[in-house]
Design a protein around this ligand. Structure first.
Ligand code: HEC
Length: 153
């Protein structure tokens, strides 16, 4: 092959590769702009969102409980008992199917008992079915405030 042909072949290959790359990048950037993970939602779309606040269960202070519990207006028993009004409530007094351990606990969920329970559930109610890894004091402050707000509604 002559040097000139080689040059043309190389240039052609380069152009094709460049084109493929450009198309791929265009698709990628379109996905990034329209995909659900897009960070920059246009302002107009944000403004059209309903103004209603998120359901209380999705309050960040309740995040570590929301997997198993509901609290607030319309809350019901789910995989754990409903937590609306839990402060001051006697343990195992909703129609949730509690463990034997919880039914026998004979405690009232005052703030301190609840804090102790959330730090180490088994140390307060040995045999409870609540599988929970414990919680920091700071997170607990937010959570207790959240629960009080739900009770006051
Ligand atoms: C993995 C699921 C799970 C998570 C997460 C969880 N719980 Fe529970 N919780 C349960 C279950 C199940 C029970 C019932 C336990 C039993 O009957 O022994 C329960 C029971 C309780 C009770 C007793 C309620 C009553 O009516 O006597 C309280 C209070 C409670 N949870 C608070 C919390 C809080 C607050 C959080 C978040 C910090 C939390 N739980 C996180 C599953 C969970």
């Amino acid at each position: 092959m002559k040097a000139k042909h080689l040059l043309i072949a190389t240039a052609t290959l380069g152009a094709v590769a460049g084109l493929v790359f450009a198309v791929l990048m265009r698709d990628f950037s379109q996905d990034a702009a329209t995909g659900p993970w897009s960070a920059d939602i246009p302002q107009a779309e944000v403004a059209e969102q309903p103004a209603a606040p998120p359901a209380p269960t999705f309050d960040p202070r309740f995040r570590s409980c929301a997997h198993c519990h509901q609290a607030g207006p319309g809350a019901r028993n789910s995989s754990g008992p409903v937590l609306t009004g839990v402060l001051g409530r006697k343990a195992a007094t909703t129609d949730y199917p509690y463990s034997k351990a919880m039914r026998a606990a004979g405690i009232v969920w005052d703030e301190q008992t609840l804090r102790n329970f959330l730090k180490a559930p088994q140390s307060v109610v040995r045999g409870t079915r609540m599988a929970f890894g414990g919680m920091s004091d700071a997170d607990m402050d937010g959570l207790i405030a959240f629960l009080k707000e739900q009770d006051a509604r």
